[in-house]
Design a protein around this ligand. Structure first.
Ligand SMILES: [Zn+2]
Length: 89
């Protein structure tokens, strides 16, 4: 399993990792011990950070241009919304 590293907006190092919420499996426990992910606990509060820097411990949220829904790309009912808030005809 590969884990991405992200550039930390606070210290500029590429040492940011994903914060994983929910019950982790053994693979995630191993990854957390190796510093590849940070375990955020079972419940993600609204507005909880999604990345954490393993160097300076700064935590931040991902900036998104669009609202993300689970099956956003495949859902035709949401296409009008995805394409810019025009009501379907
Ligand atoms: Zn940092």
């Amino acid at each position: 399993m590969m884990f991405r590293k992200y550039r930390c907006p606070a210290c500029g190092l590429r040492t940011g990792v994903a914060i994983i919420y929910g019950m982790p499996g053994p693979e995630l426990f191993t990854a957390a011990q190796a510093g590849d992910v940070v375990l955020g606990g079972c419940d993600a509060e609204f507005g909880a950070p999604e990345r954490q820097c393993t160097a300076c411990e700064h935590a931040w949220r991902i900036k998104r241009r669009n609202l993300v829904l689970p099956d956003w790309d495949g859902n035709e009912d949401l296409k009008w919304l995805r394409d810019g808030f025009d009501q379907p005809s």
